[in-house]
Design a protein around this ligand. Structure first.
Ligand code: UFG
Length: 339
C-alpha cells in the first residue's frame, strides 16, 4: 500500500468527494482544498463518515497563489494534484462568461505555477466530453477533433487542455492526465454522499430524483424529435463511483503512460436515451415521476457516447456499475437528504 499524499482541489464537490473515498480506500492521503463557493462541508462530513479519516482541509480559492503556496508549504509530501475545482454550469456560463473564464482558467494557471515552484509534477485534470461538441463519429474516440464549444464552460475545458498540452512541452517533468467525463450520475451506494445541486438542477439525474421526492412538480424532457431511436437525446451516463475509481487508476498509471499529456474518455460506451434513463428510474425505484415532453433545449448535443477502449487498456480500468445501480444510489441519497 502506498501512502502518497495527493492534493485534491474541489474535494468537497460531487466528483471530488467520491474520489476522496476511493483514494483513501487505495491507501492515498488526500489533502483537500475547496473554496466552498459551490460545494459543501456536508460532503466532507460524509467522506469522514465513510473513510473514518479526518482529512486535512483548506478553505482556499484555487486561484489564490499565496494561499496555494501556504498549502504546498505545509504539505511538502504532496506528490500529485487532482484538479476538480471549477464552475460547471453550462447555462450560467452563457450568462456570465467572464466569471467562467476568470474562475476556471485562473485557478488552473495559479495551480500549475505554484506546482512548478513546489516541484510537484503529476496532474490529473477534470475535463469533459463537451470538448468534442457534436462529434462526427460516435462512439467518440480521444483523437476526435474539438469542435467549436457550445458554451463558455466548454471553452474553458478546451482551453484547459490546451494550456496543459503546451505546459508539458516546456516543463519537462510535468505529467498530465486529462479525464474527459461523459455524464456522471448516481451517488455512493451508502447514500452518505451524492450530488448537491445549487438551486434548480440543470442536469437530468438530479432533476429526476428531486421530482420523484416532490421538490419539483414535473420533469420536462427536452425534445422528442431528435434523430435517435425514441426521439430523445442519447448520452453516456456513468456511475460517479466508477468515475472516481478511474481517477485512482489514472494516478497509479501516470508514470507509465507513453506521453506526458494523455487524454482519456471516462464513459461506459453504452448510449442511453433521456427517456430510457427516466423509465429505468421509475422501474428500479417504483416511484412515479410526472413528466412532459417539451421543446429542445438550446445548445444540446443530439447524441454523444464514449469509446472507452483507450481508458480500458491504458488505465486498466473499466466501469463495473450500471445505470440501475446509479439511479438506485441517487434515490437513496435524495431520500437521505429529505430526512
Ligand atoms: N434533460 C432533460 N430535462 C432536464 C434536464 C436534462 O430532458 O430537466 C436532458 C437534456 O436535454 C440532455 C440530457 O437530459 O439531452 C442530459 O442533460 P444534462 O444537463 O444532464 O447533461 P448534458 O449532457 O447537457 O451536460 C453534461 C454536463 C456538462 C457537459 C456536457 C457535455 O453536465 O458539464 O455534458 O456534453 F458539458
Amino acid at each position: 500500500m502506498t501512502s502518497q499524499s495527493i492534493l485534491v482541489t474541489g474535494g468537497a464537490g460531487y466528483i471530488g468527494a467520491h474520489t476522496l473515498v476511493e483514494l483513501v480506500a487505495s491507501g492515498y492521503t488526500p489533502v483537500v482544498l475547496d473554496d466552498l463557493s459551490r460545494s459543501s462541508m456536508k460532503l466532507m462530513d460524509g467522506v469522514k463518515q465513510l473513510t473514518g479519516k479526518q482529512l486535512s482541509f483548506y478553505q482556499v480559492d484555487c486561484a489564490d497563489k499565496t494561499e496555494l503556496r501556504r498549502v504546498f508549504g505545509l504539505h511538502p509530501e504532496i506528490s500529485a494534484v487532482m484538479h476538480f475545482a471549477a464552475f460547471k454550469s453550462v447555462n450560467e456560463s452563457v450568462e456570465k462568461p467572464l466569471l467562467y473564464f476568470r474562475n476556471n482558467i485562473d485557478s488552473l494557471l495559479s495551480l500549475l505555477e505554484v506546482m512548478q515552484e513546489a516541484n510537484v509534477n503529476r496532474f490529473v485534470f477534470s475535463s469533459s466530453c463537451t470538448v468534442y461538441g457534436q462529434p462526427d463519429r460516435i462512439p467518440v474516440t480521444e483523437d476526435a477533433p474539438f469542435k467549436r464549444p457550445e458554451s463558455p464552460y466548454g471553452a474553458t475545458k478546451q482551453m484547459g487542455e490546451r494550456i496543459l498540452e503546451d505546459a508539458v512541452k516546456a516543463w519537462k517533468e510535468l505529467k498530465v492526465v486529462s479525464l474527459r467525463y461523459f455524464n456522471p450520475i448516481g451517488a455512493h451506494p451508502s447514500g452518505v454522499i451524492g450530488e448537491l445541486p445549487i438551486g434548480v438542477p440543470n442536469n437530468l439525474a438530479p432533476y429526476i430524483t428531486q421530482t420523484a421526492i416532490g421538490k419539483r412538480s414535473r420533469l420536462t424532457v427536452f425534445g422528442s424529435d431528435y434523430n435517435t431511436p425514441d426521439g430523445s437525446c442519447l448520452r453516456d451516463f456513468i456511475h460517479v463511483v466508477d468515475l472516481a475509481v478511474a481517477h485512482v487508476a489514472a494516478l497509479s498509471t501516470i508514470d507509465q503512460l507513453p506521453s506526458r499529456f494523455e487524454a482519456f474518455n471516462l464513459g461506459t460506451g453504452v448510449p442511453v436515451s433521456v427517456l430510457e434513463l427516466l423509465n429505468t428510474f421509475m422501474r428500479v425505484t417504483g416511484v412515479n415521476v410526472p413528466y412532459e415532453i417539451g421543446p429542445r433545449r438550446p445548445g444540446d448535443i443530439e447524441k454523444v457516447y464514449a469509446d472507452p477502449s483507450k481508458s480500458n487498456r491504458a488505465l486498466r480500468w473499466r466501469t463495473k456499475l450500471t445505470i440501475e445501480d446509479a439511479l438506485r444510489d441517487a434515490w437513496r441519497w435524495e431520500q437521505n437528504l429529505a430526512k
